[in-house]
Design a protein around this ligand. Structure first.
Ligand code: AMP
Ligand code: MG
Length: 440
């Protein structure tokens, strides 16, 4: 039987990245970039004011204080969106708004809070809400109460990014900020990878759908719903094929439909029972089987093969087994198809809170709760710094849904090791981002 690591390597070696498609940037949210996004301009494109205030020549404010203000002649009023008409000369100031380009000659901005208007029409100390002449032609001025240093309150040209910088790397997921960056450089279309269409088929004579009567012996097709949701969580498209009965005929028919997708996932029917026909049917359909058992718990029976160059995952029937197997193998495969750079589940080191024993035959994925230690460093509860504790749960049955719902991690117990002591450091795999939002 192959190990978890071997299985993952085999799977990933068979997976190819899908093709590309182009979208207008507003439609690219959540997709994966298929190109490096480079700056074709710098940002900001020119030096501009970071504050509402007065553009000055710093030297002219030397020694200025509340009691000994520098008095400057205001030569222009400059709102955002316009360039100054005149260069600034010694003894002058230009009233400037946040974002307006720095006038030639000016080398600092004094915040309006440190100024007071003098003379002119409608002056109101400190507030500048009064009416005032556009160009200071009636000779209004400003008192400056604070010495300015060169560069004060100026956003420098290119301080955000420079022409030619790689702003977003191929393989990144496009979030609102990436859409904003593309907009900022005037990029209206972007190449992204295609989303895999993933077929989800459940197998078993005992399965019914949620709206069907639950006669004795029947169970609801939980896997169909969990697996489709997991596929969507990856950012791929889930195609629900429904339920195939435990007959070769029905399996062949439904798997035939599933095989039209980019990736096939079935659940159930892959162990050694008389009705576990999925492997045989897949083989009869031309699937090249790569392996069908992995040394892990839960999730040992797992048939992986290639049909028409597409990956096919025969996951175990028990819901938690198929969920855990999905997280370890199917998710990385789907993310690789989507062109993602980061494809493996996040793990963090944590301290075990209980002793655990196991046989040396399989890697265990134990449901548990990851908590920050009570003595964790202040302010680190959302970071990766500090100490984390992993508490394994009691209910580890592979059909027990409830304990999975209340866990936030899978404690990974390596295959060969048999004894794990309270206080040992283990790896905990995050089930999803919810860990980050929990209050401890
Ligand atoms: P199997 O590998 O087909 O023998 O299935 C193992 C166990 O998982 C059995 O108890 C099945 O009833 C259960 N099972 C199989 N498929 C599903 C499904 N789609 N939803 C919920 N339970 C399932
Ligand atoms: Mg079955």
């Amino acid at each position: 039987m192959i190990s978890v690591e071997q299985a993952l390597n085999i799977i990933l070696s068979e997976i190819n990245v899908l093709g590309e498609e182009r979208f207008a940037i507003p439609l690219s949210l959540g997709r994966v970039l298929a190109e490096d996004v480079r700056a074709n301009r710098s940002n900001p494109p020119w030096d501009n004011s970071a504050m509402d205030g007065y553009a000055v020549i710093a030297k002219d404010t030397k020694g200025a204080s509340k009691d000994n203000p520098a008095v400057l002649n205001v030569i222009e009023d400059l709102p955002a969106g316009y360039a100054a008409k005149n260069p600034l000369k010694n003894g002058g100031a230009i009233r400037i708004m946040t974002g307006a380009p720095m006038p030639d000659g000016a080398d600092a901005v004094v915040m309006v809070e440190y100024t007071e208007k003098t003379g002119g029409k409608g002056s109101r100390a400190g507030t500048h809400r009064g009416t005032h002449p556009k160009d200071g032609s009636d000779g209004w001025g400003v008192r400056i109460f604070k010495e300015a240093k060169i560069g004060d309150n100026i956003r420098k040209q290119g301080e955000d990014f420079q022409t030619g910088d790689c702003l977003i790397k191929k393989g990144a997921v496009i979030r609102p900020i990436e859409i904003g960056i593309m907009a900022a450089i005037g990029k209206s279309f972007v190449s992204v990878y295609q989303r895999p269409r993933v077929a989800v088929l459940s197998t078993g004579d005992e399965l019914v759908d949620i709206d069907e009567p639950l006669l004795k012996g029947k169970i609801v097709n939980t896997n169909g719903y969990i697996l489709s949701a997991l596929v969507k969580e990856c950012g791929a498209e889930a195609i629900q094929i429904g339920i195939a009965r435990d007959t070769k005929k029905d399996l062949k028919e439904k798997l035939g439909v599933a095989a039209k997708a980019d990736c096939i996932i079935s659940s159930g029917g892959v162990s050694v029972g008389d009705f576990d026909l999925v492997k045989d049917v897949l083989k009869e359909m031309g699937t090249e089987m790569r392996f069908w058992k992995v040394a892990m718990k839960p999730g040992k029976p797992l048939a992986f093969g290639i049909i028409n160059s597409k990956p096919s995952f025969g996951l175990p029937g028990n819901p938690i087994s198929s969920l855990v197997a999905f997280k370890q193998f199917v998710r990385p495969a789907i993310l690789k198809m989507m062109g993602r750079r980061e494809i493996l589940g996040k793990t963090i080191p944590a301290i075990l809170t209980k002793d655990i024993k196991k046989k040396p035959d399989r890697t265990h994925f134990v449901r548990g709760l990851l908590k920050q230690g009570a003595k964790g460093k202040a302010g680190t509860h959302r970071g990766w710094v500090g100490e984390y504790y992993a508490e394994p749960f009691e209910g580890q049955g592979s059909a027990v849904l409830s304990s999975f719902a209340s866990s936030n991690c899978l404690i990974i117990l390596p295959q060969e090791q048999t004894q794990f002591k309270k206080g040992d450091t283990i790896k905990a795999q995050l089930i999803d981002d919810s860990f980050l939002y929990q209050k401890f």
